[in-house]
Design a protein around this ligand. Structure first.
Ligand SMILES: *Cc1c(COP(=O)(O)O)cnc(C)c1O
Length: 385
């Protein structure tokens, strides 16, 4: 078959100003990186606690490579399950305050796995309008009936549940804990009340909350929400490794180990990734001062940008969106920031809605106050072309 359709589609994407290109980084995701031969300040990494170049994590990974080798060599159910994997699951359950946890090859796959295992044809799944793409894909993959509620609107979710619940066998509400493009929080207490009142389960994707909010336990702990049934997290953001997990009741985890296809049909995480994440979980527990520094940096950047008159919403997470508007304006803004020595990526459709293209700035615990101030100055001068 002809490949012409690809050229046509690429031309359409280019005409819309949405062609993606990869930036090449030649160093660890630390506050200062080497990118395409130039030293710049990194202001868009999810390495929130600054652990990705921590000597203790590197040593833990090296020790695991020496002892367990480079690959798990099989799925968890066949030959890929080491004591390290099980140990990390126990550590994650302790961090999240659940009975148990199950590892997956990535956060994306943890979402696909859990949603498709919990609901199917004849069931109902409700999601927030601004949910992460992996949750949206998970809902579609499940083949359950999908209802979308207005962003962070637990009242609307409750109404949809009352309207549709009875016609379905099982029901699930899924939401980001911290919304990845806006940095705001889901109303988890109210959603928990709605699911409890309507015989539904509540699942939270806490990719950006784990290790960051609620003493490291995440958004549910931060908000005092006790009605969350299924906690999803990733190892690839604050935990500075690779992989994903679900933390939940012992029964739910046992169920996932038996029915979740990404658990059954994918190779277990590489032992080095597992060992790195275990060391990171210990640091999340033992070094609250890293979170204190992270939140101080986020407040410093947020306040600095607001004082400079940039359109930054109030917030309590390290994700700070600066909404610019059109694609080309956001790209030009990013390029001017870069000329000022700061790399903060512009985010465009389909990741965010058309007309709400933005610079999505994120801070790390390891940024210095001087670096944050430099970033504010770069934003100020980038505003005037
Ligand atoms: C990053 C992210 C994921 C995917 O996690 P990976 O481990 O990177 O696959 C899922 N949900 C949200 C909200 C995310 O930001």
């Amino acid at each position: 078959m002809s490949h012409a359709f690809m050229a046509e589609e690429l031309a359409r994407i280019a005409a819309a100003g949405r062609t993606r290109s990869l930036r090449t980084i030649q160093s660890a995701p630390a506050p200062r990186i080497r990118m395409e031969g130039r030293d710049v300040l990194l202001l868009c990494s999810n390495n929130y606690l600054g652990l990705a170049d921590d000597a203790r994590l590197i040593a833990a990974g090296q020790a695991a490579l020496e002892r367990y080798g480079t690959s798990a060599g099989g799925s968890r159910l066949i030959s890929g399950n080491t004591d390290l994997h099980r140990g990390l699951e126990t550590d994650l359950a302790q961090l999240k305050g659940t009975d148990d946890a199950v590892l997956f090859p990535s956060g994306y796959q943890a979402n696909l796995a859990a949603v498709a295992a919990l609901v199917g044809p004849g069931d109902l799944v409700l999601g927030d309008r601004l949910n992460h793409a992996s949750l949206i894909d998970a809902c579609r993959l499940s083949r359950a009936d999908i209802q979308v509620y207005d962003h962070a609107d637990a009242e609307h979710a409750g109404r949809l549940l009352r309207e549709h619940r009875r016609q379905h066998r099982r029901a699930l509400v899924v939401t980001d804990g911290v919304f990845s493009m806006d940095g705001d929080l889901a109303p988890l207490r109210q959603l928990g009340e709605a699911t409890a009142a309507n015989d539904a389960l509540l699942m939270v994707d806490d990719a950006h909350g784990t290790g960051v909010l609620g003493d490291g336990a995440g958004t549910a702990r931060h908000l005092g929400a006790t009605g969350v049934d299924i906690h999803m997290g990733t190892l690839s953001k604050a935990l500075a490794s690779q992989g994903g997990f679900i933390a939940a009741s012992g029964q739910a985890c046992e169920y996932l180990r038996n029915v979740a296809r990404p658990f059954i049909f994918s190779t277990a995480l590489a032992p080095a990734s597992v060992a790195v994440a275990r060391r990171a979980v210990a640091i999340v527990r033992d070094e609250p001062e890293r979170r204190t520094r992270l939140h101080a940096n986020a407040a410093r950047l947020r306040n600095g940008l607001r004082e400079a008159g940039l359109p930054v919403p109030a917030g309590e997470t390290p994700i700070i969106p600066v909404v610019i508007g059109a694609e080309d304006a956001a790209m030009a803004f990013m390029q001017r920031l870069e000329a000022g020595g700061v790399y903060a990526a512009a985010v465009r459709p389909p990741t965010v809605a058309a007309g709400s293209c933005r610079i999505r700035a994120t801070v790390m615990a390891t940024h210095t106050a001087a670096q944050i101030d430099h970033a504010v100055a770069a934003f100020k001068s980038a505003r005037r072309p």
